[in-house]
Write a protein that binds this ligand. Structure first.
Ligand SMILES: [Zn+2]
Length: 332
């Protein structure tokens, strides 16, 4: 922790994050339809007035989980917020101050940890939603799996307001107290020091080892790249199979590959990312000089990889149980 702002942070607890804010658009059917399509929510009362009438509603309603969507400030945040109200000066509201103080403590990373919402009544198209938020808690410095940091919980209360709701910040603060309260959200974040306790990379997933492929992994542990060889007709095969695809024989032994070959094809995986691997992750289909192909990781600059490129196997011991072939440039 570079600076200790415990005292200043404690003073912020209980303060409003800033003046109440009114959503840019009232509750409306296009935003509702986009939401339910994105969420895959097929409940007809959100989009079909007839279905809403059948269950005793006056009109379609907004999905309750859209509560926060109606009052979001947009990407430009508080600066835009104040300029829209005719004040172009940058104001440091208590929430901005909290974030700055936490940054100064070295807790520059942020992750949302949980969110609880409470709905007091359904919202319907045409209603304007205002939000008023309070910094509810700021924790002591905690050790977490992500690193050292502080948790902060903000409570936001949502209100339906009409066209007479004031524009100026002070007027909004006063008027919100008599508006109709329609929901509450508690949003908790962890501000933490990045890399302070970086999680170690978990081990690679284990291969499924069977009596047909055990020789391959045992060979790698001994530093050898072994390939299955039909003792009847001499055909090589990989990955392992119980019988020969050329002659059908079940008799086989292994030959040691020199690990030299060329890239027959390759992919570079960007997504989805599995924690055991580094990305971008290049994977090659290598045509070994002995005459069969093998899939393996490539330890190559992604931009340098090309079909036909000469490569050479290196056997990497990943941990006590697992060694794998990784192909590098034959020129290196
Ligand atoms: Zn054979």
């Amino acid at each position: 922790m570079t600076q200790d702002h415990s005292h200043s942070l404690a003073e912020l607890v209980g303060q409003s994050t800033g003046p109440p804010w009114v959503g840019l658009d009232p509750v409306n059917e296009p935003m509702i339809r986009h939401w339910v399509e994105a969420m895959g929510d097929a409940n007809p009362i959100y989009v079909d007035a007839g279905a809403a009438l059948e269950v005793g509603l006056e009109s379609v309603i907004a999905p309750p989980t859209m509560l926060q969507a109606w009052s979001m400030v947009g990407l430009t945040g508080t600066l835009e917020r104040d300029s829209q109200r005719g004040q172009v000066k940058e104001i440091e509201h208590p929430n901005d101050r909290m974030m700055r103080l936490l940054d100064e403590e070295g807790f520059t990373s942020v992750v949302a940890t949980n969110c609880e919402q409470e709905y007091l009544r359904p919202l319907k198209p045409g209603e304007r939603i205002a939000v008023s938020s309070v910094i509810e808690t700021i924790s002591d410095v905690k050790k977490t799996g992500l690193g050292v940091g502080r948790f902060s919980t903000t409570r936001s209360d949502f209100y339906v307001v009409d066209d007479s709701f004031p524009e100026d910040p002070e007027g909004r603060t006063n008027a919100i107290t008599s508006a109709e309260h329609v929901g509450t959200m508690r949003f908790r974040i962890l501000k933490f020091a990045p890399g302070a306790q970086a999680p170690t990379m978990p081990p690679r997933p284990r291969p499924a080892i069977t009596q047909d492929n055990e020789y391959f992994y045992e060979g790698l542990k001994a530093g050898k790249l072994l390939i299955q060889h039909c003792t009847e007709c001499g055909t090589l095969r990989h990955p392992s199979l119980p019988g020969c695809g050329a002659c059908g024989s079940l008799e086989w032994d292994t030959v040691e590959s020199a690990g030299a070959g060329e890239i027959y094809s390759f992919v570079v995986v960007h997504y989805p990312q599995v924690p055991s691997f580094e990305y971008p992750l290049p994977i090659g289909l290598i045509a070994l000089d002995e005459g069969t192909r093998i899939v393996a990781n490539l330890d190559l600059d992604v931009d340098s990889i090309a079909i036909g490129m000469r490569v050479q196997a290196r056997i990497d011991k990943l941990d006590d149980e697992l060694s794998l072939p990784i192909f590098i440039s034959a020129a290196s």
